[in-house]
Design a protein around this ligand. Structure first.
Ligand SMILES: Nc1ncnc2c1ncn2[C@@H]1O[C@H](COP(=O)(O)OP(=O)(O)OP(=O)(O)O)[C@@H](O)[C@H]1O
Ligand SMILES: [Mg+2]
Length: 559
């Protein structure tokens, strides 16, 4: 074979079909999983069909051996046999689209450069986002049109805890979107809202990662991305429990973190009460009517400054006071009818009150009017990346924060009506907010994002350990599906039907930093490796900041 790229020939002992064929690999050559190959087929009219594909399986065997023990005889030279190696290729593209199988004997070559781009449809992508490297160190891309809403939207990432690198990959995708140039001028006004659900991992996105070595920097270079942390990051954390000044409750960084909460005025005016009743337990309960009736009463509350409200002659400044007032109103015989609603039984009211009172200690630091300048504690998206920390909150408070924040961001985007500049919502543990079963106000918001967000430029980058526990319509609306390491029971589920059998098996053994990425145009998911994060993912990784800002207390000091 004169062409050095030729790696074998299509074999005739296995069926060659337009979808799949086998390639015999001669001694001295090899093909490995995910290699991209090309071959041709001449049609009777003289037209040439180019067939591209990706290696999906490789096998080696002794030809001529009949029994397992023959291997010893063959090794000792007592039995003649040949080693035969063959690779199964899954076709990715036909040019032109005449779906014929390659003929046995056809030469198959490794695809490089322009040919590889064609095999993977990269040549057709006008806006392409680098999403990782192949094992050979070549960049792999996703068509931006399937992220930004033009032809599809939303990314969904699955994988087991700790080794699937879901959270890291979500931030890596953001980094690529912001710095690769794929968004052009609209990159400046593209924003991300990230919820930090576990540990303090995402509170250091703006700081360089000490653990990043030169080999990893090279990988960023191959991807055409800068190996640097996020440039514009705003960090919001809940107020510390019991802190009158509402100091933020974080331990691994003290600077540039602002605490967030909602005022009682906003709570009443913006109808936030239902977001406190968003658990599976509430879904089963009878008191939904009471929740909405009370919400309507609270809507009439009059502001009294600094976020406080007056409700029917009572001034309220803390959530506990509000909960107690609501309790009195729904239990008192005189006000019960108008507050709880007509024909509501005592049992239902008591159940509502128990849930409401149970919420007090979890949310009183988040809904209040006892701190001056509450407007400074209102989450704003003025930085490129806004991180909202939830990790110290209990599940009920987490749902409240996610539901209310996403709703507000969604409504603001809806009002602004621009879709070219995306708002990227990064939400981990999607199963908690949009579980498959039941309904809740938060799930409704997320469904709205999944179904209408595409046209508004609100893009969900969701992650969960198991896609089978997440609302189907959210997964179904995600054009880009990503899988890290899965456990074998999960990998067998129908949610991963987009993975061919071999990739499903592979998903159970892939290492941190390797992901399977599926996009609509490409029939086989790509196996991508992404570099170690260039931003710190925990306090111990934080390196010295280049050009430390004015808040550096040592600036200007000379020894
Ligand atoms: N590109 C990479 N290569 C190798 N290791 C990585 C890479 N990216 C992240 N890691 C490491 O993998 C570990 C897990 O990453 P990450 O927190 O993203 O996983 P996760 O899937 O979100 O886990 P969990 O479900 O527990 O949140 C981290 O300790 C991180 O340092
Ligand atoms: Mg995670």
């Amino acid at each position: 074979m004169s062409n050095p790229d030729v790696v074998g020939r299509v074999i005739g002992t296995e069926d060659a079909t337009p979808l799949e064929f086998w390639v015999g690999v001669p001694d001295g050559c090899y093909l490995q999983l995910d290699d991209v190959v090309a071959c041709e087929r001449e049609l009777p009219g003289g037209e040439t069909v180019k067939i591209y594909g990706m290696v999906s399986q490789v096998r080696a065997r002794h030809e001529g051996a009949r029994f397992d023990s023959d291997v010893f005889l063959i090794s000792d030279g007592l039995l003649p046999a040949e080693v035969s190696e063959a690779a199964q290729v899954t076709a990715t593209r036909f040019e032109p689209e005449t779906f014929v199988p390659p003929r046995p004997g056809a030469e198959v070559r490794r695809a490089h450069g322009a040919e590889r781009d064609q095999a993977l449809f990269f040549d057709r992508m006008t806006d392409r986002l680098p999403v990782g490297l192949s094992r050979a160190g070549e960049p792999l891309y996703v068509n931006l049109e399937f992220i930004d809403g033009r032809r599809g939207a939303h990314v969904n990432i699955s994988g087991i805890s700790g080794v699937a690198t879901k959270t890291t990959y979500a931030t890596f995708l953001l980094h690529g979107l912001f710095t690769s140039g794929v968004l052009g001028a609209s990159a400046v006004n593209t924003k991300a809202l990230i919820f930090n659900v576990k540990g303090e991992d995402l509170l250091h996105l703006d700081r360089p990662n000490l653990a990043l070595d030169d080999a990893q920097r090279d990988r960023y270079r191959l991807l055409g991305l800068p190996a640097e942390p996020f440039r514009s990051v705003g960090i919001w954390a809940p107020p510390r429990l019991g802190a009158a000044s509402a100091a933020p409750d974080v331990s691994s960084r003290t600077d540039q973190v602002t605490s967030f909460f909602w005022t009682l005025e906003e709570f009443c005016r913006d109808d936030l009460l239902p977001f406190l009743f968003a658990d599976a337990e509430d879904d089963r309960a009878q008191y939904t009517m009471v929740v909405y009736n009370v919400m309507a009463r609270l809507h009439r509350a009059a502001p009294i400054g600094d976020g406080g409200v007056r409700i029917e002659d009572t001034e309220v400044r803390t959530f506990r006071e509000l909960a107690d007032l609501i309790t009195r109103k729904v239990q008192d015989d005189e006000t019960r009818y108008s507050w709880a609603g007509p024909a509501i039984g005592t049992g239902t009211i008591n159940a509502f009150v128990r849930r409401l009172q149970g919420a007090v200690r979890h949310v009183e630091r988040l809904i209040r009017a006892d701190v001056p300048h509450p407007e400074r504690h209102r989450i704003t998206l003025d930085r490129q990346v806004t991180v909202v920390d939830l990790h110290n909150l209990n599940d009920r408070a987490k749902r409240f924060v996610v539901g209310v924040t996403v709703r507000r961001a969604f409504e603001e985007k809806e009002r602004a009506g621009q879709s070219r500049e995306m708002l990227l919502l990064v939400l981990d543990e999607l199963n908690k907010y949009a579980p498959r079963e039941g309904s809740s106000p938060i799930k409704e918001i997320l469904l709205d994002v999944a179904e209408r967000g595409r046209s508004l430029g609100v893009i969900l980058i969701g992650a969960q350990q198991t896609a089978s526990e997440v609302e189907r319509r959210i997964i179904a609306n995600s054009s880009i599906r990503v899988v890290g390491r899965l456990d074998s029971a999960e990998a067998a589920r129908e949610e991963y039907g987009f993975l061919p059998t071999v990739q499903r098996q592979r998903a159970t053994i892939i290492k941190p930093g390797t992901m399977l990425v599926s996009q609509p145009e490409l029939p086989v998911p790509m196996v991508v490796e992404f570099p170690f994060p260039a931003w710190a993912t925990r306090a111990s990784e934080v390196g010295p900041t280049v050009g430390a800002g004015p808040e550096d207390p040592f600036e200007g000091l000379v020894e």
